[in-house]
Design a binder for this molecule. Structure first.
Ligand SMILES: NC(=O)c1ccc[n+]([C@@H]2O[C@H](COP(=O)([O-])OP(=O)(O)OC[C@H]3O[C@@H](n4cnc5c(N)ncnc54)[C@H](OP(=O)(O)O)[C@@H]3O)[C@@H](O)[C@H]2O)c1
Length: 343
């Protein structure tokens, strides 16, 4: 049965988009992307026309540009894939109504015509999520990643010493705050004094190691004198190596991300001998296995947020044209919190 078109009939909607115009070498730069324009028709049956209000910039996109991510490859010439917060302008699909706000795979665009497959995967933004941009960060996919690592993999116990890298990002900051609320001593690793001040101030970690100015091994031993019971790794490379050299007996290591190698830098791998010596359990985390827990995660974390017990930091760029530069900042590690573009 065809769904009747609801919403404004506009015949065509002007849209801007950003394409990948060459495969990035190292850190992606603005020259790897180009803006373009198109006209979008009214939605055909099964389609929805949306305005994109915010774009989520996520490190996995860099892997997808290199053809190394499980979600598929972003080819040269493609409009860059990615999730955004969208508002429904016109709908010919029973699942979406005009005026609603959803998180959808809209790509780097100002407006998009979503097909049935994208509509089916989209997630309605719950009223519990304020501000709505958190549906892309601490109360969205990155927050779910942290929540799943915490509740389903890490087996965290009160008084554990928990070490978290990329501690200001939406994944690391959320995991660390959950561990702090559970009574752990939480130590962050972050790149810069300003980042560390947020980690120990707003996010309430016990300590934060600035990996740009401190010797990591000395600092981890200083802050985790009895060893690391749980290490949540967002980085890989030498940060992972330094952490696993300091594991406590029966430690748990969650391998979540590989920031140190997404841009293509060669890496010496961590030696498995350290895991064996510590009798550690190492578990890989893929957020796609945990979508069933999204409502539980939003209810739990937004309650902490409303109680002033959990904080989410956002690094917001303005306007579609600023997207490539904001993505470059993310991939250089210069973002201060969840990287977003508000359109
Ligand atoms: N397994 C999954 O299902 C899953 C799902 C979502 C995200 N992830 C992963 O989780 C990690 C964190 O994601 P996020 O969205 O919360 O990102 P994010 O923390 O906002 O941004 C990445 C951070 O990585 C840090 N970093 C450390 N070494 C770096 C290097 N060599 N180059 C660039 N940055 C470096 C930077 O912070 P500092 O300067 O503070 O170190 C940077 O700000 C990423 O690796 C991501 O791919 C995994």
């Amino acid at each position: 049965m065809q769904h009747e078109l609801k919403g404004e009939r506009r015949m065509s909607q002007h849209s801007q988009h950003i394409r990948l115009v060459r495969t990035p070498v190292g850190v992606p730069t603005e020259a790897d992307f180009a803006m373009g324009d198109s006209e979008l028709a009214d939605p055909a049956p099964g389609q929805v026309l949306v305005r994109v209000t915010a774009l989520s910039l996520d490190p996995y996109l860099r892997s997808a540009m290199a053809g190394r991510h499980m979600s598929g490859t972003i080819q040269v010439g493609d409009v860059v894939r990615g999730e955004g917060l969208v508002k429904v302008l016109a709908s010919a699909h029973p699942r979406m109504a005009v005026g609603q706000h959803w998180v959808a795979l809209c790509g780097w665009r100002s407006h998009a015509l979503l097909d049935d497959a994208v509509v089916q995967q989209a997630r309605l933004v719950s009223d519990q999520i304020q501000p709505q941009t958190l549906a892309l960060g601490g109360l969205g996919m990155p927050g779910l990643t942290a929540w799943a690592g915490f509740h389903r993999l890490a087996e965290v116990q009160a008084r554990d010493t928990v070490l978290v890298s990329a501690a200001t990002g939406p994944v690391g900051a959320t995991f660390g705050q959950l561990a702090r609320i559970a009574g752990c001593r939480v130590v962050g690793i972050a790149g810069g004094a300003d980042k560390c001040a947020w980690v120990t101030g707003t996010a309430g970690f016990a300590a934060c190691i600035n990996h740009r100015s401190e010797d990591l091994r000395v600092a981890i031993q200083r802050e985790c004198p009895k060893g690391v019971d749980v290490y949540f790794d967002n980085v890989g490379g030498d940060v992972l190596q330094a952490a696993v050299e300091n594991l406590a007996l029966k430690a748990r290591v969650i391998l979540c991300g590989l920031m140190a190698q997404y841009n293509g830098a060669p890496l010496p791998g961590p030696s498995p001998g350290w895991f064996i010596k510590a009798r550690a359990t190492v578990r890989g985390l893929v957020v796609y296995d945990h979508w069933d827990a999204l409502p539980t995660m939003v209810a739990e974390l937004s309650a902490h947020q409303r109680a002033g017990n959990m904080h989410f930091r956002e690094d917001i760029a303005q306007g579609l044209a600023s997207t490539p530069a904001a993505f470059e900042r993310l991939m250089r590690g210069l973002n201060q919190g969840k990287a977003l573009v508000v359109l």
